[in-house]
Ligand binder design. Structure first.
Ligand SMILES: *[C@@H]1O[C@H](CO)[C@@H](O)[C@H](O)[C@H]1NC(C)=O
Length: 514
């Protein structure tokens, strides 16, 4: 018994030692603050836990962190500022056009990253890594880094599993009850909506497999020559960690190589600047926080919307804190504007009563984490999807961008502030989010170290990775059964025909006799 215990202890120490200081490459080049947050919080945590982390990033953090080495790609930041101005127009585009726009951003962006000197230097270096952690955001060519550095690859999905990542691990996503991320459906779909959802899924699959993946393969072959075809190596991905959780997203199937870590990016609230802290503390009637995130600028809102919003806000007894990038003439007394604000730390303040948001997934998660109801003004991509889901869970009102006017805005704001149901519902969601055996961050670190301990943890892989799409959906069997059924009918038909003709003959003979 004792020996057993010792052996266990030894294995435990050895296992921990094994991963105590692994070499980790983090690939998070996307020039958007929300994407940066997803990478930075995780890389920082891994560095603090003693791993040696190399982090490809377009942004710089304030102070140096031990064990965290930057490979800066800040060159890419400038290029996207102009693209971001287009985002307000996106709600008018068709599904196909939106999807293609996003895919093209991803393709251009990936090529740009491979062309940056710091990245080229890293590729030429003799560096070795035990694991590569990369954000999965239409940058499939980066998968080749796994082959290049001979290391397992873990993907961080900036949302729930979607057709943008399902194929790596063959994760099922039935169109009958898993709404497409760019749709406006909840999981409760009518027959027509299910048909549309199937159409969106097929269109998405088509764009990914016949348009994006071949392009990414080209990029990969150009910058990482000698890599096998992308289609062959993509199933080598070890694990996908998703920013989702049942407290926030509608439940959907996940294979063992998918783990949910939604909420891991929410860090402890930081100390606020004195004037902001005072503003929050002194708002006895409560505060409405208003922010459209880092990609959309509130100051770019059309004039009539700005006026409608200001008119409503000025009539509230609550104070309003608005992330607004320029000065507002005749700003109402109860409104404070800041061109940048520490959203996470502000949301943590107990006086916050309502969050008016664009519905970015990280904002929705933070809202649930701190128990604040949401007025969602979704503009593009997954935002309406996130808000719909929050609305279904009873803690949000969905006010699509193009429907925003004084009447709709003021009705929604007042309903959310005066009806206690919304707060009650968000608090119960908050409880679900926090009721987990490990915190989302501990879960993330556990599975990352697990992949290192088990050399890529390929035993988690679903056997369906070996099957073709029509085999997984059993279309081959359906065709065989259909053909077989048709054959049976044909045989039956001829038998009947034969019998009838026999009868026909005998009656004919009888008729003759008479
Ligand atoms: C597959 O993953 C393993 C690690 O799990 C890695 O060593 C290998 O290089 C990868 N192969 C390819 C072709 O990417």
């Amino acid at each position: 018994m004792k020996v057993h215990l010792f052996a266990n202890l030894f294995v435990l120490i050895f296992a921990c030692k094994n991963v105590e200081s692994s070499k980790i490459l983090g690939v998070f080049p996307m020039a958007a603050h929300s994407h940066y947050t997803l990478g930075f919080t995780l890389m920082k945590e891994l560095a603090e836990r003693g791993h040696e982390v190399t982090f490809i990033t377009p942004y710089r953090h304030k102070e140096d962190i031990e064990n965290l080495k930057l490979v800066s790609v800040e060159e890419v930041v400038e290029g996207v500022t102009e693209q971001k101005k287009q985002l307000y127009n996106m709600h008018e585009w068709s599904f196909y056009y939106q999807a293609k726009f996003i895919l093209n951003i991803g393709i251009d962006f990936t090529r740009k990253i491979f062309n940056i000197k710091s990245v080229k230097d890293l590729l030429r270096s003799k560096e070795k890594f035990d694991v590569i952690i990369m954000e999965n955001f239409i940058n499939d060519a980066f998968i080749g880094l796994g082959n290049h550095f001979k290391a397992p690859v873990i993907l961080i999905a900036p949302g729930p599993t979607t057709y943008l990542c399902n194929y790596f691990v063959s994760n099922p996503s039935p169109s009958s009850y898993v709404p497409n991320i760019a749709s406006r459906f909840s999981s409760d779909m009518t027959l027509i909506e299910r048909m549309k959802n199937l159409y969106y899924d097929i269109l998405g699959e088509y764009l990914i497999h016949l348009y994006a993946i071949p392009k990414h393969n080209e990029i990969m072959q150009e910058y990482l020559p000698g890599t096998p075809n992308l289609r062959e190596i993509m199933s080598n991905v070890s694990l996908i960690l998703t920013s989702s959780h049942v407290s926030i997203n509608t439940p959907a199937p996940t294979v063992p190589a998918v783990k949910e870590i939604g909420g891991y990016h929410v860090s402890k609230p930081e100390k606020l600047p004195n004037d902001l802290q005072e503003f929050l503390d002194n708002a006895k009637e409560g505060i409405v926080l208003f922010s459209l995130g880092s990609n959309l600028q509130s100051s770019d809102l059309p004039e009539h919307m700005k006026n409608a919003i200001l008119k409503t806000l000025s009539k509230l007894k609550q104070k309003v804190l608005w992330k607004f990038e320029v000065d507002i003439p005749n700003k109402p007394k109860n409104v404070k504007i800041m061109n940048w604000l520490p959203q996470n730390s502000v949301l943590a303040h107990p006086n916050i009563k309502l969050f008016i948001s664009h519905g970015g997934l990280l904002s929705v998660i933070e809202s649930v984490h701190y128990g604040v109801p949401i007025l969602g003004i979704p503009v593009f991509w997954d935002q309406e999807f996130n808000i719909r889901s929050a609305e279904n869970n009873g803690f949000a009102i969905n006010l699509p961008f193009k429907e925003l006017n004084e009447r709709t805005f003021s009705t929604a704001v007042n309903d959310l502030l005066n009806n206690p149901e919304y707060t009650k519902n968000v608090k119960s969601r908050q409880k679900i989010l926090h009721d987990q055996p490990l915190t989302p961050m501990d879960t993330a670190v556990y599975w990352i170290e697990y992949v290192i301990r088990h050399n890529g943890a390929h035993h988690l892989k679903s056997p369906s990775l070996k099957l073709k799409w029509y085999q997984i959906n059993m279309l081959d069997i359906a065709i065989i059964l259909t053909l077989f059924t048709i054959l049976l009918f044909v045989i039956f038909y001829f038998i009947i025909k034969h019998i009838i003709s026999m009868f026909g003959d005998t009656t004919a003979v009888k008729a003759k006799k008479n």
